[in-house]
Design a protein around this ligand. Structure first.
Ligand SMILES: [Zn+2]
Length: 259
């Protein structure tokens, strides 16, 4: 009786050992790499009233570093709602940084800028050695620099259509800082969107350059980031605007092979 039990036990142990060895041998490289994937949530401007969350999704595989930003202007809802949808995305390669509510106080107040605060999109360095003018702008700019961001999409909205000559709104535009990689990508994004838009006054227009002091302008000009502002028009429903923001971001991420 005792002998049988010992045999059963040793067979079981050998079986376990075999399973462990085989699992190790046949683990695919994808599984091995997935183990190094990380997700982080950190706070920018920590300790200040402008504190806000940044999500860092690292696939653990080499690839582009992309940053998606919303809520630079707190009354441009589609921007921060669309950006928020990317904070938990699965990516195939590279790294994705998502800052859904860049100006959180302004978002909470539903205002372009917080009461008593400055316009965040005029707060970034205006020369290569210049400094950002607020704590939150400084931390955002440092994030772009430290993470060596390759692509930056900043989600905004205009109150009307750019194609309405009676107003000066930039709604339905993509405003980019030209570069070898940025220019064809900007065209691709706008072409994809315009295919689905029938009314000519609602189609997207390509514009350059982002205004001085904006996150995209400073990142492109001084940190060599491929950066653009994407503006939907608030004349459309919120659902349409959020969808258009996401379509643009998806085109970017697909072109880069990240989704
Ligand atoms: Zn804006």
């Amino acid at each position: 009786m005792k002998k049988v039990r010992t045999n059963t036990y040793s067979i079981f142990v050998s079986f376990l050992a075999a399973v462990m060895i085989l699992t190790g041998l046949f683990a695919s490289p994808a599984q091995a790499e997935a183990a190094s994937a990380t997700r982080q949530k950190i706070t920018l401007a920590s300790g200040y009233v402008s504190a806000t969350e940044l999500y860092i999704i690292d696939s653990g595989k080499p690839g582009p570093v992309v940053m998606i930003v919303g809520g630079v202007h707190g009354n441009e809802k589609a921007g921060y709602q669309a950006a928020g949808k990317y904070s938990n995305l699965q990516i195939k390669k590279g790294k994705l940084l998502v800052l859904p509510q860049a100006n959180k106080r302004a978002v909470n107040a539903n205002r372009r800028a917080a009461v008593g605060g400055s316009d965040l999109n005029r707060s970034f360095p205006q020369s290569s050695k210049g400094n950002a003018s607020t704590n939150i702008a400084r931390d955002i700019y440092k994030t772009v620099k430290d993470n060596k961001v390759d692509w930056l999409m900043d989600m905004h909205e205009g109150f009307d259509y750019y194609k309405n000559p009676k107003t000066s709104s930039v709604g339905q535009t993509l405003i980019y800082y030209p570069s070898t990689a940025m220019t064809p990508m900007a065209r691709q994004i706008v072409n994809n969107l315009n295919k689905k838009i029938t009314k000519s006054n609602q189609k997207f227009t390509l514009l350059k350059y982002p205004v001085k002091g904006s996150l995209t302008r400073s990142s492109a000009q001084f940190l060599k980031v491929n950066a653009f502002i994407f503006e939907t028009s608030q004349k459309q429903t919120l659902k349409t605007r959020v969808n258009q923001q996401c379509q643009a971001a998806d085109t970017l991420l697909k072109q880069l092979g990240m989704i």
